[in-house]
Design a protein. Structure first.
Length: 268
């Protein structure tokens, strides 16, 4: 039987549900709504394996802040009531058959990316449940992203329509244009339109910088901020080499569906 791993970007889902609640201190309402949502996801995706990945709230904001100190420096903390109710939410999901993976110093994005990439590389189906467009850089024939709330796939046609680029160019795009919400600066003066123009002509930041055909209006900016663009691309990118510490076998959704037919159970 083929594998279908579903990875839920847990806080992405929970925060959206929580923000829509009339009384944001009512964690039971969040539990009720998220479990209803999870049940719909299970019905729609029919996973053989499933896991919910939760972010660890680091004071130092992880490795990205080490190389780009301003990264997410002013992000709002999780509301106190929601933070206190997180164990109850995880317990409710566990009763549905969904284990939780809590990061230990790594951002959830990198844990999701590592697990998704390892399984997809074995030509098994992976579905990431998230509204985060950052995951689009992982897209492959067997790896897809589902925006549950908008009822759409964040696939290659979506990336083409949204950005005018290929999925594999997205990290370069953000390295140039930046991501204001995360305080990833990119190259000053190079916005989305300019980044698109550059990456339409050149496949990568390096190729643009090395070419004599780079438009003069961008040459000075590259000369002054090239290293910053490379750092921003690294921060906007996703790591796929995190030590996970568990086997794919551990997160099967139903008994009897975890035989991997050639895919090693150990995905550490």
């Amino acid at each position: 039987m083929a594998i279908h791993l579903v990875i839920i970007d847990a806080l992405n889902l929970i925060r959206r549900v929580h923000s829509a609640q009339p009384n944001q201190d009512d964690i039971q309402a969040v539990i009720t709504t998220t479990t209803r949502t999870i049940n719909k996801i299970l019905k729609e995706t029919e996973p053989t394996h499933i896991i919910a990945v939760f972010d660890h709230h680091l004071q130092d904001r992880g490795w990205r802040a080490e190389i780009l100190p301003q990264y997410k420096e002013d992000r709002k903390p999780m509301p106190e009531a929601l933070q206190k109710g997180m164990d109850d939410i995880q317990e409710a999901w566990w009763k549905l058959g969904i284990d939780s993976l809590l990061s230990d110093g790594d951002e959830a994005d990198d844990l999701v990316a590592t697990l998704a990439n390892k399984v997809a590389m074995h030509n098994e189906q992976v579905t990431i449940i998230s509204t985060d467009k950052g995951y689009c850089q992982l897209l492959s024939p067997t790896l897809r992203i589902r925006d549950y709330f908008q009822h759409r796939w964040l696939d290659a046609p979506f990336v083409e329509k949204e950005f005018g680029l290929k999925p594999e160019q997205l990290a370069d795009y953000w390295g140039l244009a930046g991501i204001s919400s995360s305080k990833i600066t990119g190259i000053p003066g190079v916005g989305p339109k300019a980044a698109l123009e550059i990456l339409t002509q050149f496949p990568t930041i390096e190729a643009a910088n090395e070419s004599e055909d780079l438009p003069k209006k961008y040459r000075k900016k590259f000369d002054e901020h090239y290293e910053t663009a490379i750092l921003c691309r690294q921060v906007a990118g996703l790591r796929t080499d995190i030590e996970l510490g568990f086997n794919l076998q551990d997160i099967r959704y139903e008994k009897g569906t975890r035989d991997l037919y050639g895919l090693p159970n150990n995905v550490k």
